[in-house]
Design a binder for this molecule. Structure first.
Ligand code: AMP
Length: 304
């Protein structure tokens, strides 16, 4: 099944205690689409870049069979840039600089063929733009979105409207508390579910992810990696693996949602093993499956 993603495509400058990447490929839609490309039949990318966007990055999308008909290039403008830093606690990025550039006037317009996409992911963008995308897709089977503190604070009403219209919300634990104005994660999740989404996935950095639905809670651990170089994009890679797997199996039930969470966690664990998309873009499916099975072994225990 076809999977649509709308989000940022960026040139990132990232510093971690283990090294630095300057003007490297990044952006939420970039990480998502590459992670999803290992699973979904077709990934349709909607985003905007400037005239300075290196052609080698376009090649990377094409190598992963990502459909770029919806990738707008504004020759006169500059690509979105994000500068961030991590300390030894790799769970939290400190944003040093954001230059929206061509992203500031971004108006997601979907090519006709994209409107039929069955699976839709609205990455972290202005909730009003998220509405515009939902208005253009015809009859999606599954919609999911991400957001961040900036929109939770700045556009709470528009964000609530997005939540009324999506099936799944994927955010981190801090955002969950902030959105619900509730410190306890279980109570916060219940509150958010009452606003619309059927499922809430709470990303907890190196500690894994929690899934909440009306009747279930599922917990996935973070994979215990010996080397983590750069956590940038882990959340979007998680979402890409998660939605990509569901688009691939095209049956949305509890079993597949749990598998999708582990595939999401698998893609996030590869993402952080190198800067930018260096690891994520060079995977083979057997490697992905091997780590999926390692997740299973990690969490398996017998009943008493
Ligand atoms: P993640 O680490 O998964 O939360 O996402 C990291 C990516 O988000 C980076 O590659 C950035 O380019 C991108 N990013 C950072 N700030 C923003 C923003 N305000 N809007 C859209 N994308 C952003």
């Amino acid at each position: 099944m076809s999977l649509l993603v709308v989000g940022s495509i960026a040139l990132d400058t990232v510093k971690t205690p283990f090294g630095e990447g300057r003007e490297v490929l990044g952006g939420s839609a970039t990480y998502f689409s590459v992670a999803a490309s290992y699973f979904a039949d077709r990934v349709c990318l909607v985003g905007v870049v400037g005239g300075d966007f290196p052609p080698k990055h376009i090649q990377l999308f094409l190598q992963h069979n990502i459909d770029i008909e919806g990738l707008h290039k504004e020759d006169e403008g500059l690509t979105f840039r994000w500068k961030g830093e991590y300390n030894y606690d790799l769970n939290e990025a400190v944003t040093l600089d954001t230059h929206l550039n061509v992203f500031s006037s971004f108006n997601p317009s979907l090519p006709e063929a994209y409107r039929e996409c069955q699976y839709v992911f609205l990455a972290n963008i202005d909730p009003e733009l998220q509405h515009q995308v939902l208005d253009q897709v015809k009859q999606p089977r599954l919609t999911a979105c991400d957001t961040m503190n900036y929109w939770i604070q700045g556009k709470p009403q528009a964000l609530k409207k997005t939540l009324e219209r999506v099936d799944i919300l994927i955010i981190n634990d801090g955002e969950t508390r902030q959105l619900a104005e509730e410190a306890n994660i279980v109570r916060a999740a219940k509150k958010i579910l009452s606003w619309g989404p059927r499922i809430l996935i709470v990303k907890r950095g190196e500690y894994g992810a929690l899934m909440f639905s009306a009747n279930n809670i599922f917990s996935a651990p973070g994979f215990p990696l010996e080397y983590i170089f750069d956590p940038t994009g882990a959340g979007d890679s998680f979402a890409g693996g998660f939605m990509g797997y569901l688009a691939n199996v095209d049956t949305i039930d509890e079993t597949n949602i749990r598998r999708a969470i582990i595939f999401g966690s698998t893609m996030a664990s590869f993402c952080v093993e190198d800067f930018s998309l260096n690891r994520l873009s060079n995977l083979t499916y057997p490697e992905i499956e091997k780590r999926y099975k390692a997740f299973k072994a990690l969490t398996h225990f017998e009943d008493i």
